[in-house]
Design a protein around this ligand. Structure first.
Ligand SMILES: O=C[C@H](O)[C@H](O)[C@H](O)COP(=O)(O)O
Length: 225
């Protein structure tokens, strides 16, 4: 069964929450906007609804944050653009794996964190869409995805472990998972993350770390369903 037809089954409350949140976000899209298109199964629903609005005459264009999102946007008829042509976005719509009380996020479950962060940071406003299970009091229940350069990843992993994490190299079909940027993802299980900004700052300084899945102060609004 394809990933998409799996989403369409809506078999759990979480699936239905994702659909409701994704569709609601499209109410914030205004004619003429340039959009950041996030990634993941919740964003799938936003893209599908956005495609319907485009067919009804809404004039928007979007910068996709992953090849998967790019493919869905094309399938749903959403006009696309790139950062070559536009460097400022009006609104980004994206998902999250965890959302804390200060709207800090843990992201990257699908491996798209680098492009997502670039897209979110380029947007005037960021709406995060998620089902209610993503709401937490403190980030870090899930492993934190960190994108690293493949060269010397073993050394980078050791340095991250010294910051207090258990590290797993993400795999797909028994091979290292490769991000859209040609890098590896390390899933790093910390104790609960009490100071996300300071952990992000520490990790970002390590050689080989491209980006962490901690999104601090980027989200403006959260739609939880
Ligand atoms: O890399 C993936 C992204 O950060 C997703 O936005 C995040 O994992 C949430 O995905 P989903 O909507 O499928 O739960």
């Amino acid at each position: 069964m394809s990933e998409q037809s799996n989403y369409e089954k809506l078999s759990t409350a979480s699936d239905r929450g994702k659909k409701a949140a994704g569709e609601k976000a499209v109410d914030y899209v205004k004619d003429g906007m340039t959009l950041g298109l996030g990634s993941g199964s919740t964003v799938y629903w936003a893209l599908k609804k956005l495609g319907e609005r485009v067919k009804q005459g809404l004039n928007v264009k979007g910068v996709p944050s992953s090849t998967r999102t790019e493919n869905w946007a094309k399938e749903f008829g959403i006009p696309l653009t790139t950062f070559h042509d536009v460097q400022e976005l009006d609104l980004a719509i994206d998902g999250a794996d965890e959302i804390d009380e200060n709207l800090n996020l843990l992201k990257g479950g699908g491996g798209s964190l680098v492009r997502e962060k670039i897209v979110n940071a380029a947007a005037d406003s960021v709406i995060i869409i998620a089902d209610k299970s993503k709401q937490v009091t403190q980030l870090g229940k899930r492993a934190l995805p960190i994108e690293v350069v493949p060269f010397g990843w073993e050394v980078t992993a050791q340095r991250i472990a010294q910051c207090g994490a258990e590290i797993t190299l993400r795999e797909k079909q028994e091979q290292p998972f490769i991000s859209d940027n040609g890098n590896y993802i390390l899933d790093c299980q910390f104790e609960l993350i009490s100071d996300p900004a300071s952990l992000h700052a520490t990790l970002s300084q390590l050689p080989g770390v491209v980006e962490t899945g901690l999104f601090i102060g980027l989200a403006d609004r959260v739609i939880l369903e």
